[in-house]
Ligand binder design. Structure first.
Ligand SMILES: C[S@@+](CC[C@H](N)C(=O)[O-])C[C@H]1O[C@@H](n2cnc3c(N)ncnc32)[C@H](O)[C@@H]1O
Length: 313
């Protein structure tokens, strides 16, 4: 299918969709490092600009629009209409692209916290807005470890289907392939050691791309980015930002000595080892922490390919 990608970042989502056989016809991000990474690994279809400067009429028509909109003003949703709040311009842009372009499907990715913002009012409004724009919506809270990603990252995925395609929901949301204990005929969750155990010590000479790490001291305090990692379990969520201060916070390696390298973080997010990240170390960690795991995106992409092949749309 032909895909228009908003808030594309370094392109974790886009790469997975591409790997499945879909085509990206247009992409955008405001972050110049992320765009450089995208251009060098995925392709030249990405426009570097603030989305607020983009004229929707100039965006090509795609079969699917994808993106994860940042949600600054959503905690006020129980008092204000999301679309009227100035801080929600990015959400409004995503909504307007869907409303004006009327793709067959949209895929929106967001953090788990979106479900509780404004006491649950934000997500209700989002669903209502997309219904009003002409879409059925199907919402899933996903743990990426259940799909073979070596990380217990939880994200909300909203699938929209244009109402004019009929009542039958064509996008069959992929079923989990993995389980915490490997029960019910599913494979066991993939551990962090299985994902990164083969990398050489970054302090010895090596030719692994982006194999450098934050020198921020490892100290175990019981909060995000400062928790001990168990080599036999999937990694905790690879973060885009530290705790509150906004600094970079790569999570500790299970050896307890140092933090994960950029490459190790990327492998946990299932980026291929030849995918090179551009910008400072901090910028690279941010691009990786922001991404949809490539492996999960590929599974979503497979379903788009199946629809293209099997359903008459
Ligand atoms: C969660 S990330 C998306 C990651 C991407 N889906 C992936 O899988 O790699 C959100 C992106 O929105 C971008 N962004 C934030 N504000 C923007 C704006 N005003 N215009 C365009 N992009 C923006 C950020 O730079 C960031 O890369």
């Amino acid at each position: 299918m032909k895909i228009v990608s908003l808030f594309s970042g370094a392109g974790g989502l886009d790469l997975g969709l591409l790997q499945a056989g879909n085509t990206i016809i247009w992409a955008n991000d405001i972050d110049k490092n992320a765009v450089e990474t995208y251009r060098n690994n995925i392709g030249n279809r990405i426009v570097l600009d603030d989305i607020k400067n983009i004229d929707i009429a100039g965006i090509p028509e795609g079969d699917v629009v994808v993106g994860g909109f940042p949600c600054q003003g959503f905690s006020q949703a129980n008092r204000f209409r999301l679309l009227d709040d100035e801080r929600n311009q990015l959400y409004r842009f995503f909504y307007e692209v869907i409303k004006e372009k009327q793709p067959y499907f949209f895929i929106a990715e967001n953090v788990k916290g979106i479900l509780s913002l404004g006491n649950g009012e934000a997500i209700k409004q989002i669903i209502a807005d997309f219904e009003e724009a002409g879409y059925y919506t199907d919402l899933h809270l996903v743990n990426m470890a259940d799909y073979g990603v070596p990380e217990t990252r939880q994200r909300v995925i909203i699938i929209g289907q244009r109402r004019s395609l009929g009542k039958k929901i064509l996008f069959r949301f992929p079923l989990p392939t993995h389980d915490k204990n490997g029960q019910n005929g599913l494979k066991k969750w993939v551990s962090i050691r299985e994902a990164i155990g083969h990398f050489p010590d970054p302090d010895t000479p090596n030719d692994v791309l982006n194999h450098e790490y934050s020198k921020y001291k490892v100290e175990y305090r019981d909060y995000t980015a400062h928790r001990q990692t168990d080599p036999d379990k999937p990694s905790p969520t690879i973060l885009a930002r530290g705790n509150g201060g906004g600094g970079v916070c790569a999570i500790p390696h299970y050896n307890g000595i140092r933090r994960l390298t950029v490459r190790e973080s990327a492998s946990i997010q299932t980026f291929p080892e030849n995918f090179e990240f551009y910008g400072t170390k901090g910028a690279c960690y941010r691009q990786i922490g922001n991404a949809v795991p490539v492996m999960f995106a590929n599974i979503l992409g497979d379903e788009l390919m199946r629809i293209e092949r099997d359903e008459k749309i």
